[in-house]
Design a protein around this ligand. Sequence first.
Ligand SMILES: Nc1ncnc2c1ncn2[C@@H]1O[C@H](COP(=O)(O)OP(=O)(O)OP(=O)(O)O)[C@@H](O)[C@H]1O
Length: 247
Amino acid sequence: MANPPIQIKNLDFAYGPVTVLEDACLTIADKEFICMVGPNGGGKTTLLKVMLGLLEPQKGTVSVFGQAPTLGRKWIGYLPQYASLDPSFPVTALDTVLMGRLGKTRSLGFYSKADHEAARAMLARVGLEKIEKRPLAALSGGQRQRVLIARALVSEPKLLLLDEPTSSLDDYVEKELYELLQELNKDLTVIVVSHDIAFVSSYVERVVCVNKQVHVHPTSEIGENIIHDMYGEHVHMVRHDQEQRHG
Ligand SMILES: Nc1ncnc2c1ncn2[C@@H]1O[C@H](COP(=O)(O)OP(=O)(O)OP(=O)(O)O)[C@@H](O)[C@H]1O
């Protein structure tokens, strides 16, 4: 069997004396579409950064496509939390996507024709082929997130990590974005952090709950008990609409 995109075994991570992840184990299979949920401060972003080799665990092992994260991360496209670019920054959609080629391009100091072609192809893939010359300031929030997804995709990743990509978007824009991710998932593995379990559970089959410990649940298991354990009694976000499952 090929090496899985992510394999984490018995991982501990602490910022100084504060333990954030404890004995975490997680295997993500090729072409899975996974949602990562958990309370604020539960450790989701930390776990993504460990996968990217940006943080080193104190204990345990992490492999990314069978390699150490610092090597395997060349196969990862990452959309960080709060990645919203300053809209007044004077760049076009195409310029922004091209930035994703910086680790890939072979030309020094300028982008090659191949880089431009790849960036245009990715803008088309996220449904924005007609707006490549528009300044970011002229785009909607949803369009900007698509541009950032195109930027993450243009390095030709096999795994896409998105940290709360829809937190500032309207419901219908969120739905469109998840439909795009579902489409992209035909070709690559997708891990998306979201607080909106009810919404996301109609797209994914497994949910990774991160609250110091990591537990994986099939979507069908997600009910009041698990939500309360994760978020506390006051949260009611269950929408068990399996009959409305997409795809
Ligand atoms: N650089 C850092 N130094 C010290 N503590 C940190 C650092 N980054 C995060 N933390 C702490 O680690 C814990 C986990 O943070 P993390 O950002 O991984 O959680 P999260 O689940 O992504 O939260 P949220 O849903 O709010 O984004 C929090 O208590 C946070 O304050």
